[in-house]
Write a protein of this length. Structure first.
Length: 60
């Protein structure tokens, strides 16, 4: 089984998290869209971690 690629917001389920698009993740890689992260004051509801801007994947 390959690791699951999280490309959906875990809060609203929006498939808005393009691989190089804007998103917020926490230390445990919970993923959220930007509007949800803003609504949650950048605090992960799953583990209480801080949500930060996901770094863009550097093209090889
Ligand atoms: Zn969302
Ligand atoms: Zn989390």
């Amino acid at each position: 089984m390959a690791l699951e690629m999280r490309d959906r917001c875990e809060r609203c389920g929006a498939a808005a998290l393009a691989p190089d698009g804007p998103a917020r993740i926490c230390s445990y890689e919970c993923s959220f869209c930007v509007p949800c992260a803003d609504a949650m004051s950048d605090v992960c509801p799953n583990c209480g971690g801080e949500l930060v801007a996901r770094p863009r994947r550097v093209a090889g």
